[in-house]
Each structure stands twice: as C-alpha cells, then as structure tokens.
Write a protein that binds this ligand. Structure first.
Ligand code: 5AD
Length: 381
C-alpha cells in the first residue's frame, strides 16, 4: 500500500467504503495468522517511573498517585495463574522503575521460565543494551516498546529524554531484534499535535521496522498530566488548543486545504483504521485489541478490534488492589472485574465471533519465519 492510500483511508469518512477496509483487514488477518485469538496475561509489576512523559499518569512528577511495586512472589503468583488458565504468555509491564534492576528482573524471568511453560514478554521501557541482553539471556522471549509517534519533534516534547540519554526508542528496536527478541512497538492515536500525515508515517514505519507485534490505542487524556488539562496546549506548535477537544475528524482532515495537516482525533473509529492498516502493512504480526480501545467502547471495542485486524487480547492479571493504581490514563476498562469474570465473558465473546482461543505461546509467524532465514531480517530497521 502506498503512503497516499494510507492517508486516504485515515481521512475516509464514508461508512460503506470503510466496510471494505474492515473486510480486507479481517481477511488478511484470517489468511496470515488464522482464527485463533491468543490471550496474554498482563501483570503490571510497578507503577514507579523516573520519566516525565506528558501523556502518562505514571509520570514521576505526579505526586497524587500512590506508588506500588509487586514482590517477586506476587509476580510468580500471577504467572502461575496465567499458566493455570491456559494462557501461553505473560507480559510484565511497569514504568521505568530503577528498583527493577537488571538482576531482579532476570531472576523473575528465570523463575517463570523454570516453573511454567509461559512465553515471557517484557514491557519495561528504555533500557541499556547490557540490561536487554541480560534479560534475553535469562529467557525473556519478547519486548514491547512503542515508539508512540514517528514525528520526532512531537515525541521529543511529550516524551522528554533523560539527562545524558543518547539512545531513543527507534535506536533500541533494532537492538531488540538483534538480540533475538520478538519485537513489538506501536503508537497512540490522537496525541495533541499529531497530524494525519504523522499517522500515515507511523503505519509506513510499522512496515519498515517489520514488527512482530503492533499495539495501537487511542490517546486518553489524564488530568494530572500536561496533556490532560486545557492549559496543556498543542505540543506541536505551542498553541493552547486544549487537548482532548480535538474537533471532528472529517473537518480537520482538510485543515488549511492541506491533505494530512489536520489534528488526528483520538476516536474509536480512527483507532480501528490504524489497527486495520497495521494488519495490511504487517500481515503476519500479532496485533492486540487494546484496553485503551475497550475503554472508549466498553460494550464492543474489543470485538470490533478483533474483527478489524487484531488477533490478541491481554487480560489483566494484576492483583485487584494494585490495578487501579496503574493509572496510565483514567477510567481504564476492566478495573474491577475479577480475572474469572473477565475470562468467562471474554471467551464467550471470542467464540461468538467465530474465532477460537489460541493454545501455546502464539509467537508471531513473522518472527518464526525470521528464525528460518536469519539474514533476511537483519537488513530491516
Ligand atoms: N492514553 C493512552 N495511552 C497511553 N499510554 C500512556 N499514556 C497513555 C494515555 N494517556 C500508552 C503508551 C505506552 C503504553 C504502555 O501506554 O503508548 O507505551
């Protein structure tokens, strides 16, 4: 797909024409990754974070948020629960918490791998090459690190680098690949200051990076962050436009008469478009129907994501007493359901879509192919 075609889909307002995009994404999904929906047990192991990201409620300056960190035993308890439930993977996610040292995480990974058949995915932010190497050697299989937006100027504003930091996320992704991880990345849709052109570039970058996993969710303003208040302004141009008040997408797509220059709205529809386009760009990747999407449409968001390109769901296994404290954005879906309730409802919904529940680790076919021809993957990214 050419970039102008991606841009046209992002700006397409017509439901009938969009139905063709959903059909195509669903068909490509079925052909390349099949009908199985794989469940990944998400364990939010710490909400401490040293970073100052403008969008995220876990940011260090947010003193209103009580902080927690799971013990190794608590993490292992969650992992055992995932295995008992038949999940093939656990995802350990946290803010950039300095107390989660190289040794501590390596130990947790080794113990999960020794005790269970689970694949282990890490989502622990920007780490040194040495640390990523140690975690891979401890047995970690996959790593998730969203690049958030391909607009470097926008990213630099909303995701300030640490003092003295030289590597950015786009530099880390090829390192993960070289270390043999399955590599996941992704973006937020509707970041204040993000244009249609930026989002088209994001989809093109998914393909260029040849990603194994692609996570896409709407930007959801958090009131205790600079992008969560009307005073936050538009980080792209310094205007105080009031994030979260993005006008209707069909008007802004033609902003200034320039195709692609308007603000992308943080809507459910725009998120489905990016999921569908990600599927067309990377047919063999694993693509989750995200919690952020379910937060915008609790009744149907997850199913619609699965019907428009996605093939993964990440049920939350974080102990309930901590779950509400992992407040990346407010009013997250599934804060109160027990694991049992969520699992039963989810299974029924997946089966009612005519899909099956994936068995085993469910690595991306993209990654599996690359193992067979290692040289082919090394010229990407
Ligand atoms: N709205 C939506 N997604 C968010 N994330 C962080 N903050 C927000 C927010 N306010 C996403 C980022 C990050 C992932 C773990 O959560 O994309 O990579």
């Amino acid at each position: 797909m050419q970039r102008h075609e991606i841009l046209n889909w992002l700006r397409e307002p017509d439901d009938h024409r969009l139905a063709a995009l959903w059909r195509q994404a669903d068909e490509v999904r079925r052909r390349h990754v099949g009908d199985a929906v794989y469940l990944r047990g998400l364990i939010e192991i710490s909400n401490h974070c040293r970073r100052q990201c403008w969008y995220c409620g876990l940011r260090a300056p947010n003193t209103r948020l009580p902080r927690y960190r799971l013990t190794t035993e608590e993490i292992l308890g969650c992992a055992r629960q995932a295995a008992a439930r038949g999940y093939g993977t656990v995802v350990l996610q946290a803010g950039e918490d300095p107390a989660l040292t190289r040794e501590r995480i390596a130990d947790v990974v080794r113990r999960i791998k020794a005790e269970t058949p689970l694949a282990v995915t890490l989502s622990l932010g920007e780490q040194s090459y040495e640390t990523l190497t140690a975690w891979r050697e401890a047995g970690a299989d996959r790593y998730l690190l969203r690049f958030e937006t391909s607009n470097a100027a926008l990213l630099a504003r909303i995701h300030p680098p640490l003092a003295g930091q030289t590597r950015d996320r786009l530099a880390i992704l090829p390192e993960l690949r070289a270390l043999g991880y399955e590599v996941g990345s992704g973006v937020m849709v509707g970041i204040p200051g993000q244009t249609y052109a930026d989002l088209a570039d994001d989809v093109a970058l998914f393909r260029e990076l040849d990603l194994d996993m692609i996570g896409v969710g709407p930007f959801l303003p958090h009131p205790d962050t600079p992008l969560g208040t009307a005073a936050g302004g538009n980080p792209a141009n310094g205007e105080a436009t009031g994030p979260g008040t993005a006008p209707d997408e069909h008007e802004t797509g033609r902003h200034n008469g320039q195709p692609g220059q308007g603000q992308v709205p943080a809507t459910e529809l725009m998120t489905y478009k990016v999921i569908a386009l990600a599927r067309l760009a990377c047919p063999r990747a694993n693509i989750p129907s995200t919690t952020a999407l379910a937060t915008l449409n609790r009744a149907q968001g997850r199913e619609l994501g699965l019907s428009r390109g996605a093939n993964i769901v990440m049920p939350n296994l974080t102990p309930p007493e901590y779950r509400r404290l992992y407040e990346i954005y407010p009013a997250k879906a599934c804060l109160t359901e027990t694991v049992e309730q969520f699992h039963a409802a989810l299974t029924a919904r997946i089966l009612s879509l005519g899909r099956t529940i994936g068995v085993g680790p469910g690595g991306s076919p993209n990654w599996r192919d690359r193992q067979l021809r290692p040289a082919a993957g090394s010229d990407h990214g």
